[in-house]
Write a protein of this length. Sequence first.
Length: 233
Amino acid sequence: MPDTPDAPSADGLAGNLARIKDRIARACQRAGRDPSSVTLVAVSKTHPAEAVLAVAAAGQTTFGENRVQEAAAKFAAARTVRPEIRLHLIGGLQTNKARDAVRIAEVIESLDRPKLAAALADAIGREGRSPALLVQVNVGDEPQKAGVPRAEAADFLRACREEHGLAVSGLMCIPPAEGDPRPHFAWLAGLAARHGLPTLSMGMSGDFEAAIEEGATHVRVGTALFGTRPSPA
Ligand SMILES: *Cc1c(COP(=O)(O)O)cnc(C)c1O
């Protein structure tokens, strides 16, 4: 596991967590929402199990990782100490990792294509374990980004249910890095409402308060909690 150059101490992490929770509470207040309707997903990718345990000791139970292998090693270790930990997989998922993903995750947020739907349905059958599934929508229709294109999202939701027998519980998005994310959040919230989907994972370190104001039920916060990540090799 690569070490973070300026990794915060356990106290620093607890302080960061408290500040983020306070910001979540204030965003909920502005939006007239109950703070318990928003779950913080602590995105620990690239950070070691010790950082996860420090944040868990401060009361955090839900974590997010984007790579199955990294998550499996790190969370097997963390869960021996904190069995209550819940893991969300938030990164692009290869079909050959579907079975491992189903084995370790409580929530898989990156369902975005028919082949993956088929692989997850197969893995769920074999493992006898059913993580909650979110469909990732490429709200900006950006060519380099994962996710179902906007125009195909409704059809894909239907195919997940009718062709693959999958119960999708919500939607996830990563809006374009440039520009106002709010219209994207609002669009995704509308799609979820039209399909009766209760879970909306949207908002990261830079925009989670706006996402809460637009209806996010889950915000995925990494940098603001754990500090900057080492740049990918
Ligand atoms: C890394 C990541 C995050 C966290 O991003 P920060 O800007 O560090 O808060 C959220 N969602 C996904 C899908 C990610 O890959």
